[in-house]
Design a protein around this ligand. Structure first.
Ligand SMILES: Cc1cc2nc3c(=O)[nH]c(=O)nc-3n(C[C@H](O)[C@H](O)[C@H](O)COP(=O)(O)O)c2cc1C
Length: 233
């Protein structure tokens, strides 16, 4: 009888130990996720739509450089759609993207600045890596010689290029190819913005050095094209 009671106590004791162990395990897993979130968290973007409500012809007709952008935040779906249009993977088997690329050398890297911080777009997983949690739009506006809509826009898309990825195959001529490619990617964004009920404006007037420093870009990346996107007031 006494043996049986002892056995029951041992089992209950073990259950308490196991419960504590599981609790600590779950808690430590939760805490490790939180600290991961703070350091370079990767955010999976929603799947982009493949059908829109506005015809291609209408988006071309309605595209204008819009400079009166409201501060209203964009949704994660709109951001997903704009980035997909810019550099999303549209042929998964070959890794080909929404914009053509000379020799499929893919020299472009895309960043966005939003009220939530600075993010790097990862086409392979259609996700964003958070680089900074500070709103840098005002500083970006100053690097664009005070162009106010850069600060007001829901997001600023910064298209950068690593020229070597293309010039290593095509020599000096590869530089032209990179600029052509950026034009393709940027126009996709301008047209996608219209389709999402938004407006955008091309920005080429900025200090390369100041933008590079603000975004803390790797040595090889050059900022070429900035696209503020937002609701038109
Ligand atoms: C390469 C390039 C750079 C540009 N840079 C700026 C810029 O820094 N700021 C700006 O307000 N508009 C800029 N624009 C937009 C032009 O001013 C605009 O396209 C032009 O006035 C025609 O108007 P639309 O785009 O509405 O057709 C740029 C356009 C291009 C193609």
């Amino acid at each position: 009888m006494l043996d049986t009671r002892c056995w029951i106590l041992v089992v209950q004791y073990n259950k308490i130990i196991m419960f504590r162990f599981n609790f600590i395990l779950v808690l430590s897993l939760f805490l490790s996720t939180v600290s991961y979130a703070e350091e370079g968290m990767v955010i999976k973007l929603p799947e982009p739509k493949e059908k829109g409500k506005v015809s291609l012809e209408e988006t071309i007709k309605r595209r204008r450089s819009e400079r009166t952008l409201s501060e209203k935040a964009l949704t994660i779906d709109q951001i997903s759609q704009l980035l997909w249009a810019c550099q999303g993977i549209t042929d998964g088997s070959r890794g080909f993207r929404s914009a053509p690329s000379a020799g499929a050398t893919f020299p472009l890297e895309v960043y966005i600045l939003s009220p939530d911080g600075l993010f790097h777009y990862l086409p392979q997983t259609h996700s964003l890596r958070r680089l900074k949690d500070k709103d840098l739009r005002e500083e970006l506006s100053r690097a664009c010689y005070g162009q106010g809509f850069v600060k007001d826009a829901g997001i600023d898309i910064v298209i950068t290029a690593d020229f070597k990825r293309t010039t290593s195959s095509y020599g000096k001529r590869g530089e032209n190819y990179v600029y052509i490619e950026i034009g393709h990617a940027a126009e996709n964004v301008h047209l996608q913005a219209i389709s999402e009920g938004l407006g955008s404006v091309p920005v080429g007037a900025f200090s390369d050095d100041r933008v590079k420093k603000l975004l803390n870009l790797p040595e090889d990346l050059v900022p070429i094209y900035i696209i503020p996107v937002g609701y038109v007031e």
